[in-house]
Design a protein around this ligand. Structure first.
Ligand code: ATP
Ligand code: LTN
Length: 334
């Protein structure tokens, strides 16, 4: 029996991933790759919607791929590749853009937020069509499920609408994918500002735990995490966002339940708890970091792995794109 298909991706928007990407995405991807025929891309074309230094973008792309592998995405099991290596993404995005309403794209909240932040002059057409390229990513692979964070749900809904519109107009061509939204419990907040989501592009990195950082530095950041004056290790998202966030990280990395961690630290201070968590974080990150740095030490080998995975992706994507071109009436080259 063939496995159902899964698609997800991340932008190469930083030198290192942060612990939210690890807990909220990579750990789940790693588990899901067993039961699904999974495709994971480093979406470098999407990253072009942000200003980038060319050499840095190349480096971030390799680093992101290396961290996928180091975190347990197996390139022999899953198809792990760089989006721009498969030209069909940009090609299908063009076709889908002709089916997307201007108003429809304008209603995407991520576009509205970002364009407001950047101002009209700094807002590109690429930022506007970002969700259409994402739809192309997903639809090229006849995807069944798309695990993403809550913020991407609207983009997957648009993808479904586009698939249904195309299928309705030209006959069934695309599988209509389902979003699988990562649970709230997997949401990690900034250690210094525990009501804001931890993010690769945070303004200050004091509250961000980087996968590739020196472990001593990460331990220090845990010890300095914002808590409260109550002094008891107890989950209460509303009144104790800092401690609750640390408990969520602890539970996610150890596979333990929060109450059992609360019990372990009952009657002990935050110092003890943070020290415990710092050990957990360092132990989890250490092998991932070592493996990622090893992979980055041999970029030629990493590039070879990415190339052979891109070839696998390309074969699937080409088939879908050929079908699309036929359906809409583009004349085949003889
Ligand atoms: P950027 O700042 O560049 O937008 P980001 O760190 O917010 O980056 P994304 O690249 O948008 O992350 O997301 C990649 C994946 O990581 C998504 O699946 C997203 O849901 C997940 N993710 C990102 N940040 C967190 C977080 N703080 N907690 C849980 N999951 C997260
Ligand atoms: N927009 C997503 C990244 C992304 C993606 C995708 C996720 C691009 N293409 C296809 C799932 C499926 C983000 O910013 N997290």
């Amino acid at each position: 029996m063939t496995k159902p298909r899964l698609y997800s991706g991340m932008q190469p928007s930083a030198d290192s991933l942060q612990i939210g990407n690890y807990i909220g995405a990579l750990m789940q991807w790693r588990d899901l790759q067993e039961a699904y025929d999974a495709f994971f891309s480093v979406v470098d074309l999407h990253a072009l919607t942000q200003p980038n230094d060319p050499a840095e973008l190349r480096e971030k792309t390799r680093r992101t791929a290396a961290q996928y592998i180091a975190a347990g995405i197996e390139p022999s099991k899953s198809t792990l590749y760089v989006q721009s290596h498969v030209p069909a993404h940009a090609e299908l995005a063009w076709v889908l853009s002709t089916l997307t309403g201007f108003g429809e794209a304008g209603r995407m909240t991520q576009f509205k937020d970002k364009s407001q932040r950047y101002g009209q002059d700094a807002t590109s057409v690429g930022l506007f069509t970002y969700p259409v390229l994402m739809a192309a990513d997903i639809l090229l692979y006849q995807t069944d499920i798309v695990p993403v964070g809550d913020d991407q749900k609207q983009h997957v809904e648009l993808t479904r609408d586009l698939a249904e519109r195309f299928n309705g107009r030209y006959g069934t061509t695309f599988r209509v994918p389902m979003p699988v939204i990562q649970q709230d419990t997997a949401r990690i907040y900034d250690l210094q500002n525990p009501t804001a989501k931890m993010s690769k592009s945070a303004e200050s990195d004091a509250g961000v735990l980087w996968l590739l950082d020196d472990p001593a530095k990460s331990a220090k950041k845990v010890m300095r995490a914002v808590t409260d004056s109550e002094g008891s290790v107890r989950y209460d998202r509303e009144n104790k966002p800092g401690v609750s966030n640390l408990l969520v990280i602890y539970a996610a990395l150890t596979g333990r339940q929060i109450p059992s961690i609360e019990d372990e630290y009952a009657g002990r201070g935050y110092g003890d708890f943070k020290k415990g968590l710092a050990d957990v974080v360092v132990n989890e990150f250490e092998p991932v970091r070592t493996r990622a740095l090893e992979l980055l030490d041999d970029p030629a080998e990493l590039d070879r792995v990415l190339a052979s995975n891109a070839a696998r992706a390309e074969a699937v994507a080409r088939t879908t794109l050929g079908d699309v071109y036929d359906r809409i009436g583009l004349l085949r080259r003889a």
